[in-house]
Design a protein around this ligand. Structure first.
Ligand code: HEC
Length: 155
């Protein structure tokens, strides 16, 4: 009869000790998966060159599709996704401030292409767009982003 009482206890002990180990394992797998999909050498671009000239007007559509989720439709850094950012632990720039963007075109294009993660995990990163946006699209979206300071002055 006694063994019947011991068995559930044993099960509970095993769960308590093995549970966190399994959770860590899952977490590591998740991290590995993220790294593979973001950094994989085998990842191929998903776009065809558009052959169109760089245009801030086209950049607006690209921004709403790919960037507003985090950066907010006016670039203030208040997109719906930003609600998940760690308070005080996440930097997401207010792009309506001209100084944030001024005179850094080359660097900004590189950061949009390659993604950006100045802070260690678990902070959110800016994803790399080189696999889904062409060079022209990246330049167009940057041209649009650079209109945010003057847009916000008008209001
Ligand atoms: C998943 C959320 C997310 C998305 C989507 C996103 N960004 Fe970002 N972006 C960030 C974060 C976070 C930072 C700040 C990263 C840092 O400094 O470590 C950032 C930074 C930037 C910066 C400033 C870079 C610098 O060097 O100062 C620019 C410009 C920018 N993003 C443009 C874009 C554009 C254009 C798109 C769409 C094509 C986009 N972002 C999509 C989260 C995002």
């Amino acid at each position: 009869m006694r063994t019947f009482h011991v068995l559930p206890l044993l099960a509970a002990v095993v769960t308590v000790f093995a549970g966190p180990a399994i959770a860590v394992e899952n977490n590591n797998q998740a991290k590995a998966a993220t790294k593979v999909s973001m950094r994989s050498e085998s990842a191929q671009p998903h776009f065809k060159p558009t052959g169109k000239p760089v245009s801030a007007a086209r950049g607006e559509a690209i921004f709403l599709d790919h960037c507003a989720l985090c950066h907010g439709i006016r670039g203030k850094g208040d997109g719906p996704r930003s609600a998940y950012f760690v308070q005080g632990g996440q930097y997401i720039p207010d792009m309506t401030v001209a100084q944030v963007l001024a005179g850094r075109d080359k660097e900004l294009i590189e950061n949009i292409r390659e993604g950006l993660n100045r802070l260690p995990e678990p902070s959110y990163v800016m994803p790399a767009f080189k696999y889904i946006l062409s060079d022209e699209e990246i330049r167009s979206v940057l041209a649009y982003v650079k209109t945010f300071p003057s847009q916000s002055r008008k209001k």
